[in-house]
Design a protein around this ligand. Structure first.
Ligand SMILES: *Cc1c(COP(=O)(O)O)cnc(C)c1O
Length: 307
């Protein structure tokens, strides 16, 4: 990992290597914590955070869902992320990933969590394409997981929760160990839910189809893609998808802040479309990268430039 100089913790910028936590931190044992993944792109006008407002709002929402009282306001956390990138500016020559986390620290043991102190930290480091640069062009091979996505009956997928990632991690491992690059998880009714950390799209007969938000995170990249599709006059359907429909899709791709727009060329040994990045996927990718790089004026309000 490419280290930076400072990490923001509880209101202060501290040295990267001093950003540690006690072994009896509550989150480490009982798994209640929330985080975000936000990107800052190295545009022609310098580093710019993409959709800072929406990511920070989702962080606050995640904390609310899981009964974690965040001691900072949304504005304070937005400013903290800006301040952190400014302080680390000399460490960055390419795109940056920002990882805020709200977790429960050292103070009380036992499952009941309201007696533990709430800690807030933000790290940022230079991070390229999550699934590899080649994946953005060539696409990846995907396996439908034997792990079902956390059921809404017992987990809360609208929170970007630390605990939800156990399910993601097992699915991801299974996919990698089986020779694939990413997992696609079904929900407990057998419909497509999402990837281990990405939302999912298919294209059939020129129409863009993505599952409803009932078994996935409310993804900001998914929202950006739907916005782009709308601008381009591409028809959009947000509805349930079954695995056999995926097999006969013309194109498929994943979206996420980390994965950006990653084409899928194969699912469960079935080639998707012509086995290469599809035409509509390419168009959406091009528009997406224009927006995040500040080359589409209409969406300048999505960018927070770091001075
Ligand atoms: C973060 C995440 C995504 C992607 O959301 P974005 O807002 O696009 O970054 C999708 N699914 C899960 C489970 C996630 O944690």
């Amino acid at each position: 990992m490419k280290e930076a100089k400072y990490i923001w913790k509880n209101g202060n910028l501290i040295d990267w290597h001093n950003a540690t936590t006690h072994i009896l931190s509550h989150t480490l044992h009982y798994g209640n914590g929330v985080f975000e993944g936000t990107r800052a792109y190295m545009t022609k006008r310098g580093l710019a955070i993409f959709r800072l407002e929406e990511h920070t709002q989702r962080l606050m929402n995640s904390a609310k869902i899981l009964l974690i009282q965040c001691p900072y306001s949304k504005e304070e956390l937005k400013n903290a992320q800006i301040e952190l990138l400014q302080a680390n500016k000399t460490c960055f020559s390419d795109n940056v990933y920002i990882r805020p986390i709200i977790y429960l620290g050292y103070g009380a043991m036992g499952v009941y969590h309201l007696n533990s102190p709430v800690e807030v930290a933000i790290a940022a480091w230079e991070w390229g394409a999550y699934l590899g640069k080649e994946a953005l062009n060539k696409g990846i091979r995907v396996k439908i997981s034997s792990f079902v996505r956390n059921s809404v009956k017992s987990n809360m997928g609208k929170a970007k929760a630390v605990a939800n990632y156990l399910n993601s991690q097992m699915a991801k491992h299974e996919a990698i160990a089986s020779g694939f690059e990413e997992a696609l998880l079904l929900d407990d009714n057998g419909f497509i839910a999402e990837g281990s950390g990405e939302c999912f799209f298919i294209i059939r007969d020129q129409r863009l189809i993505t599952p409803p938000y009932d078994n996935s995170l409310e993804s900001i990249t998914q929202n950006t893609v739907l916005t782009i599709a709308n601008d381009l006059g591409i028809e959009v359907e947000q509805r349930r998808i079954t695995r056999d429909e995926v097999y006969i899709a013309d194109e498929a791709f994943f979206t996420g802040t980390a994965a950006e727009i990653t084409p899928i060329c194969e699912v469960d040994f079935r080639q998707i479309g012509n086995g290469r990045r599809g035409e509509i996927t390419t168009t959406l990718q091009d528009e997406f990268f224009k927006i995040v790089m500040g080359e589409n004026e209409k969406y300048n309000h999505f960018l927070t430039y770091i001075q």
